[in-house]
Design a protein around this ligand. Structure first.
Ligand code: NAI
Length: 328
């Protein structure tokens, strides 16, 4: 089976070579999948794509014409794939629903701790022989109220960590997980969560309903100086509204691993280029904003799981066996 891997990074190639099934012939392309680059999949049975590859109707149509039968997402989210069109075209779509929820949960809590205790500033100060503590005052996580939006795999992993810190955890999810309640977290409505939470962290998928869930109106309902963490998908947050809230100090801390327009930025070294995205550039000017470039998933354990599950998914499709990770 020939599989064309789009948006390949060096670490993807290493992981697939080390952990996937040798029955698969991987062809690695660095380009992002779009209508222009789709021709790279000529002769392939499948394409393997990541979060910022574009799989809208014209691209799917093109892949179908090229003879592609399977689409393997090497990630959990599938908001970048037009699933109804894929189904209509008979293209099977598979994903990796869970490779390491702990990887993302731990990263999100890492962002909380770093913003709170200002590790990023301390790191630079001590390297400059500056041991002054002024400006580094943090707060205890113990006793703080954390609002969790989305209590699926990653949300649950984050709640376990936060309960360990002694936080009070309020959750919002249309599906209530009894495990959360047994552990001591409670389910509330968004309107109850916003005014109570010192920290709000997003663990829900991006859907038409959740797009810009965090907007001017929801920000208005939050505590002054709230910490907002987003490791899920950029478009859950209206970035312009967030910038206004940072300027008015409504948001006291912002930790992002994802960004609405990240497709033009993340996973590339742009250090010698001028970034044209003024919204992103503005975000970077705030001292209380910490951004990582969609790296929450990026642990050795997660990469091994992604490679193994992606190759298992594809081989199951090829053999016509039922695959539990089919989307749509
Ligand atoms: P999951 O499917 O296990 O859980 C998602 C939960 O969100 C479900 O319980 C669902 O009922 C809930 N939900 C759906 N819409 C909601 C809404 N409007 N409000 C509140 N809850 C809602 O997903 P998992 O594995 O926990 O992943 C969550 C998200 O994390 C993914 O959709 C993906 O976007 C993101 N992610 C980010 C990564 C990164 O590297 N930054 C890596 C992997 C996932």
């Amino acid at each position: 089976m020939k599989v064309c891997v789009f948006s390949t990074q060096k670490y993807d190639e290493q992981a697939f070579k080390q952990w996937s099934d040798p029955a698969i012939d991987w062809v690695f392309l660095s380009q992002k999948l779009d209508l222009v680059s789709a021709h790279g999949a000529t002769g392939a049975d499948a394409v393997c794509v990541f979060v910022n590859d574009q799989l809208d109707a014209p691209v799917l149509q093109r892949l179908k014409e090229l003879g592609v039968r399977f689409i393997a997402l090497r990630c959990a989210g599938f908001n970048n794939v037009d699933i109804p069109t894929a189904t209509q075209l008979g293209l099977s779509v598979v994903r990796v629903p869970a490779y390491s929820p702990q990887a993302v949960a731990e990263h999100s809590v890492g962002l909380m701790l770093c913003l709170d205790r200002k590790f990023h500033k301390a790191y630079n100060r001590t390297r400059d022989n500056n041991f002054d503590l002024n400006g580094l005052l943090g707060f205890n996580l113990h006793g703080k109220t954390v609002g969790i939006i989305g209590t699926g795999r990653i949300g649950v992993a984050a709640v376990k960590i936060l309960l360990g810190f002694g936080c009070r955890v309020l959750c919002v999810d249309p599906i209530k997980n009894p495990q959360m309640i047994n552990m001591g977290a409670s389910y509330v409505s968004l309107d109850e969560l916003y005014p109570q939470a010192d920290i709000i962290s997003l663990y829900c998928p991006l859907t038409p309903d959740s797009r810009h869930l965090i907007n001017a109106q929801s920000l208005e309902k939050m505590k002054d100086g709230v910490m907002l963490i987003n490791t899920s998908r950029g478009a859950l947050v209206d970035t312009k509204a967030v910038i206004k809230a940072l300027k008015s100090a409504k948001i006291g801390y912002l930790g992002l691993d994802v960004y609405e327009q990240e497709a033009d930025l993340f996973f590339k070294d742009l250090s010698d280029q001028i970034i044209a995205d003024e919204v992103f550039q503005r975000l970077l000017t705030f001292p209380n904003v910490l951004i990582t470039g969609h790296q929450a998933f990026f642990t050795a354990e997660a990469m091994a799981q992604i490679s193994r599950i992606t190759s298992d998914n594809l081989l199951q499709l090829q053999r016509g066996e039922p695959c539990p990770n089919v989307v749509g």
